[in-house]
Design a protein around this ligand. Structure first.
Ligand SMILES: *Cc1c(COP(=O)(O)O)cnc(C)c1O
Length: 370
């Protein structure tokens, strides 16, 4: 069989649909080129870089509608490093985790490996579903949520259940899914997904209760490596600095993207409305094709930022190879999930028109493969 072809007029303007990292917008890259000429390569302890950090912290606070008394922390390492920081500096004795995919399971494993903490409570569900929130045993002092399980395209509604701190992994969700930060003590995320920047940094939006916990553990005498010390993160963030050298390009790209999102949509509600239109298009398309269906059967659990679409009778590898040959890239299923599936990033930087072009291209390829 000849390799499938896609006519140029069907192609999206931009073919990057990965779920991590997100595509980076041309306007953010232009801003980096403009600002970077004077700011890149200068000290992160001086005003030019610190004012970029400040603008990012303030922009995130405003866009995400954080309560007045919540602070935006910034540190080096990404969400993966933050799991270890939380093991040292947020969990006092024991945590409870909702585990429903790769990312949620990784944080639980980091806690389990820490000899000074009790074994975590795991509330699990099958990939493609989400666990029901449940009250935790009395000795649990952290509820670990994953707002969007990027490996499966399942989103979870986050809320306070009891006195334990609500600690939410917002990587991939932040900036695209609704959240009420008054219900959250720590909302942490990397910047290369919903905020379309580059990797390497972590943001954590923390409540006064979380700050109190961080300060108490920092003063308790528990051994904490300096790089993972949230007390040090707090101190530096308040000065718009980081303990060690940050990825300055990531700061500038994220700052530009956050400001662009505010200019375009006003606030998170506006962004979420746009996300709903994109999700409606993707899932509606899959439901109307005999050879496709949304992987996630519960309507309300279907992610607004990561669409997972199972294929039936058509090889997703063949579809992805044909797409890649035409510059449409990174739509493979999460590797460990092992399903015959397309996984499409619908992050805020991806416009609806490109998703419409994407589905038209898949239709065109499938017609040639079947
Ligand atoms: C991508 C991702 C991570 C890991 O982010 P890094 O910046 O690579 O550490 C963690 N959690 C979720 C939900 C993710 O999507």
């Amino acid at each position: 069989m000849a390799a499938p072809t896609i006519p140029a007029e069907l192609l999206p303007r931009d073919g990057r649909f990965g779920c991590g990292p997100s595509r980076v917008t041309a306007s953010a890259l232009d801003e980096l080129a403009r600002v970077g000429r004077s700011v890149m390569g200068t000290s992160h302890r001086q005003a030019p870089v610190r004012s970029e950090v400040r603008a990012l912290r303030e922009g995130l606070h405003a866009l995400l509608g954080a309560p007045e008394d919540h602070e935006v922390l910034i540190t080096v390492g990404g969400a993966t490093a933050f799991w270890d920081a939380a093991v040292f500096g947020l969990v006092e004795e024991r945590s409870q985790h909702y585990v429903f995919g790769e990312f949620s399971s990784k944080f639980a494993s980091a806690v389990k490996a820490a000899p000074w903490l009790a074994d975590p409570v795991l509330v699990t569900s099958e990939p493609g579903t989400r666990p029901e929130p449940v009250a935790a045993p009395d000795d649990v002092d952290v509820h670990a949520w994953t707002h969007n399980e990027t490996s499966t395209g399942v989103m979870q509604d986050v809320r306070r259940l009891d006195d334990a701190l609500v600690v939410v992994d917002g990587t991939s969700a932040a900036g695209g899914l609704p959240i009420d930060l008054a219900q959250v003590d720590v909302y942490y995320f990397s910047l290369q997904k919903g905020f379309a920047a580059d990797g390497g940094l972590t943001i954590a939006i923390v409540s006064p209760r979380a700050i109190e916990r961080i300060e108490r553990i920092a003063a308790s005498g528990r051994y904490v490596p300096a790089f993972l010390d949230l007390g040090v993160v707090l101190e530096n963030s308040r000065k718009d600095q980081t303990y060690n050298t940050p990825a300055i390009a990531t700061v500038i790209l994220a700052r530009a993207q956050v400001q662009q999102m505010i200019a375009e949509h006003g606030d998170l509600r506006g962004v979420v409305a746009a996300q709903r239109s994109k999700a409606d298009h993707m899932y509606g398309w899959a439901e109307s094709r005999a050879w496709a269906q949304p992987f996630v059967s519960e309507d309300a659990a279907r992610s607004l930022v990561v669409a997972t679409i199972d294929l039936d009778g058509i090889s997703a590898d063949d579809v992805n190879a044909a797409l890649r040959a035409h510059g449409i890239v990174d739509t493979d299923a999460y590797r460990k999930l092992g399903r015959n599936q397309l996984r499409i990033g619908m992050f805020p930087a991806v416009p609806l028109e490109d998703l419409e072009a994407f589905t038209a291209c898949v239709d065109h390829v499938v017609a040639q493969l079947s």
